[in-house]
Each structure stands twice: as C-alpha cells, then as structure tokens.
Ligand binder design. Structure first.
Ligand SMILES: [Fe+2]
Length: 133
C-alpha cells in the first residue's frame, strides 16, 4: 500500500500541503504498526496523534474557508466532522484496549484522507485561485 504524498496532491497552499504531509506520516506509522504488529502502546499513541492532529488541521482549514467565504463551507465541515467522529471512536476503543488495527482499518483511514484531499481540499484550492486573481 503506497501512502506517500505526491506533488499532484498539492492544493496550492503550502501551509495546508505541509499539514497534509504530516497526516500522511501518521498514516504511514499506522500502516507500519499494522504490518509489523507493533505493540498496543505504539498503536494507541499513533491513533491519539492522528486524532489531535486532525482536529488541529481541520480547524485551520475551516478558519481559512470562513475567511475566504468558501461556498461549500458547510459540506466541508461535515466531511471533517465525520472523520473526527470516526477517529474519536477509534481513540475511545484504543483507550479501552478494544481496538483491532487491521488492514481494513488502515485502508479506510487512507481512503478517506486521499479522497478528501483530492476532491474537497483541491476544490477550495481552486476556489482560492479564482478569488486571488
Ligand atoms: Fe479538508
């Protein structure tokens, strides 16, 4: 499974791209943990980091989208909300030591992040370009 950030994933905003790269790093850590059967403490820590970083990153994006009056702001927030809820649930399960990190879960997280960046985040990147002209 290839989880590497590529130039074609750029949304055209350096700060946001850098944060997306950090999300990819965390995904890679989870993939590595799953493939190499890392200990529970490591998995728990990475899930917590993914949750905290997603909350931090989504807030920055949402503030930016409000600032530029992005027309699809609410839908975008809803997408973030879905992911925040999912990862918060994983964190809860991991705290209760009930989380099973299998390949399906890694694929789910990867697919969501990839799809969100390539469709929704790129869309606001394009919108920003049109108003900058
Ligand atoms: Fe986003």
């Amino acid at each position: 499974m290839d989880i590497s950030w590529k130039e074609s994933y750029s949304v055209g905003i350096t700060k946001i791209d850098e944060q997306h790269k950090k999300l990819f790093e965390l995904l890679n850590e989870l993939k590595d943990a799953q493939e190499n059967e890392k200990d529970y403490g490591f998995i728990s820590k990475t899930i917590s980091e993914l949750f905290d970083y997603s909350v931090y990153h989504f807030k920055i994006e949402e503030d930016l989208l409000k600032e530029i009056n992005y027309p699809h702001l609410n839908e975008h927030i809803e997408e973030h909300e879905y992911f925040r809820r999912q990862v918060s649930e994983l964190q809860k399960m991991s705290n209760e030591r009930k989380l099973i990190l299998n390949v399906k879960l890694v694929i789910f997280l990867k697919e969501w992040i990839f799809t969100h960046i390539l469709a929704s985040d790129k869309d606001f990147g394009r919108f920003l370009k049109t108003i900058e002209k």
